[in-house]
Ligand binder design. Structure first.
Ligand code: UT7
Length: 317
């Protein structure tokens, strides 16, 4: 039984979005040459055809390029940014944070900018958005650059066919501002810490795929039901659902269980694989580029990942 939390609606304006993926790619056919797998197996079980991987770039480089993309699209005055928040579980170092590196790469030398990373694995971008949103609504901060960035290929065991076909690298960014306008944003964050870990990123990624698959479908179902219930939304109120892109079959199964049209879900896993905390902001940026006048429409983000963590966000465009 899930305890419903009190409603806590923020007003947040999405100013711009951007993304960046490294130029190197690894297709299913490339993987066929490395491990005992096939394009047919990978595509039919996951929906993935290819993924981007770094050669010499770090997570902070991907994050920086995604940020520049978002800033450039809106011709945004960077000097307004007073929070840089990066969701990642594959930072350049344990410390300093990727966010501090992005601040330096952007040349933002104002010293009253809050810069830090958040690690909630693949759910990290939703956690980061929630934190940024609460900080903005405290009225102490005005503008936030929220990024999801990962270099999972650096932790991928290319001898393990059950995981190496899944992951890719990339980054997505969103610029948010505090606003007087009615732009409701709401969040549902959840976690169930495990003693017996079912997904771990240490030197390499290890995962119990079947267990995560079953957890993922339930996590998506629960998160979407809760965020819709808390905000009194019905399917027709939602322009799109941007899910964490881990496996096409997981998204299709969740859509079926929820009885929501699969066409409401924005899916781009074919090109990128699972980019963990970067998958939602990359997909969101692509989705935004398909829209003409989305003003006032609502989108839902939903994610799940190691921890276990899961959750959803509702934003007003
Ligand atoms: O961000 C969250 C992170 N993780 C996830 O979301 C992953 C969730 N889980 C999944 O997406 C799926 O469980 C996988 C895609 C990882 C695996 O798909 P599955 O349908 O659950 O396959 P399975 O693990 O049950 O394996 C079925 C068979 C096995 O062979 P046997 O034992 O039946 O002979 C595997 O050895 O497929 C074999 N197999 C492969 N065969 C060819 C596993 N990986 C591969 C591969 N190529 N890459």
């Amino acid at each position: 039984m899930v305890k419903m939390k009190r409603k806590n609606i923020n007003n947040i304006k999405i100013i711009s979005t951007g993304h960046y993926t490294p130029p190197g790619t690894l297709s299913n056919f490339d993987l066929e040459k490395i491990v005992d797998t096939s394009d047919e197996w990978i595509y039919s079980r996951t929906g993935i055809k290819s993924r981007h991987i770094v050669y010499d770039e770090k997570t902070s480089d991907l994050a920086y390029h995604a940020a520049r993309n978002a800033i450039g699209k809106a011709n945004y005055d960077m000097s307004k940014i007073d929070i840089i928040l990066v969701a990642t579980c594959t930072g350049d170092y344990n410390s300093p944070s990727v966010a501090c590196k992005v601040q330096a790469l952007l040349g933002l030398d104002r010293q009253d900018i809050a810069c830090f990373d958040v690690n909630a694995a693949c759910s990290g971008f939703i956690y980061a958005l929630c934190i940024a949103s609460q900080m903005l609504n405290s009225n102490r901060y005005f503008s936030a650059l929220v990024i999801g960035a990962e270099t999972l290929s650096l932790y991928t065991d290319y001898q393990d066919r059950s995981t190496c076909v899944l992951f890719g690298d990339g980054a997505g960014a969103v610029i948010l501002e505090n606003t007087e306008e009615h732009k409701a944003a709401d969040f549902y964050l959840s976690a169930k810490g495990e003693m017996d870990l079912s997904i771990v990123i240490n030197d390499k990624i290890w995962m119990d795929g079947r267990k995560i698959y079953q957890f993922a479908v339930k996590a998506i179902e629960q998160s979407i039901n809760i965020i819709m219930h808390n905000n009194e939304l019905i399917e027709s109120d939602i322009l799109a659902i941007i899910p964490h892109q881990a496996n096409l079959r997981i998204i299709e199964k969740a859509a079926q269980v929820l009885n929501i049209d699969i066409n409401k879900f924005y899916i781009n896993i074919e090109k990128y694989g699972n980019t963990s905390a970067a998958s939602i902001p990359i997909a969101f940026d692509e989705f935004m580029s398909t829209l003409y006048n989305p003003n006032g429409k609502k989108v839902i983000f939903v994610a799940f990942g190691a921890g276990l963590t899961w959750g959803a966000a509702m934003l007003t465009l």
